[in-house]
Design a protein around this ligand. Sequence first.
Ligand code: SAM
Length: 265
Amino acid sequence: MRRKPKLGQNFLVDEDAIARLAAAFGDLAGRTVVEIGPGRGAITAELAARAGRVVAVELDRELAAGLRRRFAAAVLDVVEQDVLAFDFAAAAAEAGERLLVAGNLPYYITSPILLKLAASHAALDVAVLMVQREVAERATAEPGTRDYGLLSATVQLYGPAAPLFTLPPAAFSPPPQVHSTVFRWRFAPRFAELAVEEQPFLTFLRQAFAQKRKTLAKNLRAAGIAPDRAVAALAIAGIDAQARAETLPLASLAALWRALRETQA
Ligand code: SAM
């Protein structure tokens, strides 16, 4: 079967990594795991041996057919579909529980997949995902560090994310050009605790982080917020007028969002 590089097909061949990825969920007995991009089934086999049911979402028709031949339908439900169109809420309703999500992701759509999982948060419990090392570093970064930015704030708004282990290109066939890191993301959205509304706050985060080297005040001005209002809101939120969004924890950004609401004309 021909490999399709455009679909990000770098197959995991490191047995130890496969076992560690599955073990990162803890006890899987009776649980339903959705696997994104199961490919030839390297991780799928480990998940199927541990979980109650695995739903494998694979876009490649030939790979999906191969999985159906390899695994019994009782343990593996192969869904031949673009994961970006997959209905996690419906799958969780069918499973009768919040889902676990596993995957060595197709790297060309990593960000859209992470945003899709964030948007599906109500249906999800824990995700253990292999991504390009730099993406994992950004997703799990703490405020004030080199890698902290919009991706970190967005991911962590939906729950804590922590790196687990990193693999060299040789762990895959064919080897990709980058290192890969597995990280765990527990879905526990912080909207109520931070007293923010999901969509308006996501829009605000995009504005706050719009230009990495600019101050928060400048980014807010570029988003159309009057300078006086921005200055007043920063003061109410207790944030230095020269601060950059990259230095601020979500709690401070949420305080600023609330202050901007209060100072709305
Ligand atoms: N899980 C396998 C492994 O670790 O060996 C394969 C991982 S490979 C990096 C990514 C997989 O995602 C491939 O099987 C590819 O065909 C599949 N894929 C690519 N785009 C996809 C999409 N939009 N929806 C679902 N699967 C996709």
